[in-house]
Design a protein around this ligand. Structure first.
Ligand SMILES: Cc1ncc(COP(=O)(O)O)c(C=O)c1O
Length: 477
């Protein structure tokens, strides 16, 4: 590795080396207050948990090492500016939407977005138009949105001010965005991308292409998801000619703590250094190592490795989706692996998702042995449960403003009675965890047919306990 260049991290370590006496916050005084009461690992962590001290700069008005670290990040990602976030992509999504849109603006939004996007739409009081994602039959789940549907939405709502995309999805499936972004920019429509799971995409092939290189105005990355950064560490990258950057600065400052965590910020500085280093020395050995791991998984008779064959999508090689070759659900398979201390990222009714490190996998043989042992008693070849099917309206809008939704009382009605009324809560069948109805949308006969079928098949509905009793909450207008 070439000489480490991470100005914020280095300043923090230099500061720590001098055994500083703390007459400042935080109250643990570099961990000293705890003495031997807490274990060394925790006390060591506290020793770099400092505040805006001389030489350590200020996230909200950076002129020193934080400014330098952020500008190295912007240079690496090839954007106008990068901002360090200490409250994850959640705060990046909130800030980018609040900064870009005014109340009442029409905004096209991918339906399977994270709740931080949905909360931001509500706080910004915009008028969302939801666009359904593409179904991927190999992974039995939804991926990104198609350019064709976004184009249709723009044609239907030519007054729209922006598009909010989530790409890749949790499973690493990524769709091409270039044509969509070029088309939107022709009409001065800005494109904001939640690329939480793709902070490493800027490395290039074989990783999917980052939305930054495809021309997006703002891209938010959870550095902590795939880079070696601490939990809550994210980046917001600004690269727009359409959006006022001062508004981004204002909202980041308004929404984030005035006492941001130095360990998190230093880990963001280091994560950028790590990527820069990989892009210079190459990462082919990491990819080869992962391919060998995957081929070893293929050899386990009880497991199936699921790969998307959709021409529209590219899969992130850090994501591996496995299924049991039996009716064992993804949830059960995950539990079986946890017994041998193999901890996957998540599970759904069919799949278990493994997130591989952006490094060679240590102890690969031992890991494979443990997985083999864990699944050895699973049957092979029994047919799984019939898949729950949910279809979404390709394009749909809400029929009340968020202000109106706050004003009108709610009422519980039977499914049949609800047709033609406006739903008052998001109806989220699980799986797949994507809202079938978003609050403010009109309930149609087709929705009721789907809900009735799902209830018969044993689906659950997140946060809406009335649905399985054949009831929905509606606004009383
Ligand atoms: C697509 C997506 N966006 C945003 C977030 C929120 O990210 P963070 O945990 O960094 O706040 C997540 C978290 O899982 C996510 O999956």
């Amino acid at each position: 590795m070439k000489k480490l260049k991470a100005p914020l991290y280095e300043a923090l370590i230099r500061f720590r080396r001098n055994d500083p006496v703390s007459f400042h916050v935080p109250g643990h005084k570099n961990g000293a207050v705890w003495g031997d009461v807490v274990n060394n690992t925790f006390r060591e962590l506290l020793s770099i948990d400092v505040t805006e001290l001389d030489g350590l700069d200020d996230l909200h008005s950076p002129t020193g090492v934080i400014a330098e670290a952020q500008s190295l990040t912007a240079k690496f990602y090839k954007v106008k500016s990068s901002y360090f976030l200490v409250n994850g992509t959640t705060v990046g999504n909130l800030a980018m939407i609040l900064a870009t849109f005014n109340p009442g603006d029409r905004v096209i939004v991918q339906r399977n977005s994270h709740k931080s996007i949905m909360n931001a739409l509500f706080l910004a009081k915009v008028k969302p138009v939801f666009v359904a994602p593409i179904y991927d039959s190999d992974i039995e789940g939804y991926s990104g949105v198609s350019f064709a549907n976004i184009k249709k939405a723009i044609e239907k709502y030519p007054d729209c001010k922006g598009i909010v995309i989530t790409n890749p999805n949790y499973y690493g499936l990524s769709v091409k965005l270039t044509s969509m972004i070029e088309y939107a920019h022709k009409y001065k429509i800005s494109v904001l991308v939640d690329e939480a799971h793709g902070a490493h995409f800027s490395l290039g092939n074989p990783f999917p292409t980052s939305a930054i290189l495809q021309g997006a105005d703002i891209v938010v990355h959870s550095a902590h998801k795939t880079l070696p950064a601490m939990t809550m560490g994210s980046y917001l990258h600004f690269n727009s000619k359409l959006i006022n950057e001062d508004k981004i600065k204002f909202f980041l400052s308004a929404l984030q703590s005035s006492s941001p965590s130095y360990p998190i910020m230093a880990s963001l500085d280091l994560a950028r250094y790590y990527l820069e280093e990989l892009s210079e020395v190459g990462y082919q050995n990491i990819i080869s190592n992962h391919l060998e791991f995957i081929s070893q998984l293929h050899e386990i008779p009880q497991l199936k490795i699921v790969e998307s064959k959709m021409k529209e999508s590219v899969t992130d090689p850090l994501k591996v989706i496995i299924q049991a070759k039996s009716k064992t659900s993804g949830y059960d398979l995950k539990k079986i692996l946890e017994i041998v201390d193999i901890h996957p990222e998540l599970a759904d009714s069919r799949n278990v998702l493994l997130v591989l490190p952006l490094a060679e996998l240590k102890n690969r043989e031992i890991i494979i042995k443990k997985i083999r042992m864990a699944v050895s008693n699973l049957p092979i070849g029994e047919v799984g449960k019939e898949k729950l099917t949910v279809t979404y309206d390709p394009i749909s809008e809400v029929n009340l403003t968020y202000e109106e939704m706050e004003r009108y009382p709610k009422r519980i009605v039977n499914l049949k009675e609800s047709i033609g009324r406006i739903v008052a809560d998001d109806i989220i069948p699980y799986p797949p965890g994507i809202p079938l109805l978003m609050r403010g949308e009109i309930i149609k006969q087709s929705h009721i047919n789907i809900i009735t079928n799902l209830i018969k098949q044993g689906a659950t509905f997140q946060g809406n306990e009335y649905t399985i009793q054949n009831k929905l909450t509606v606004f009383q207008l």
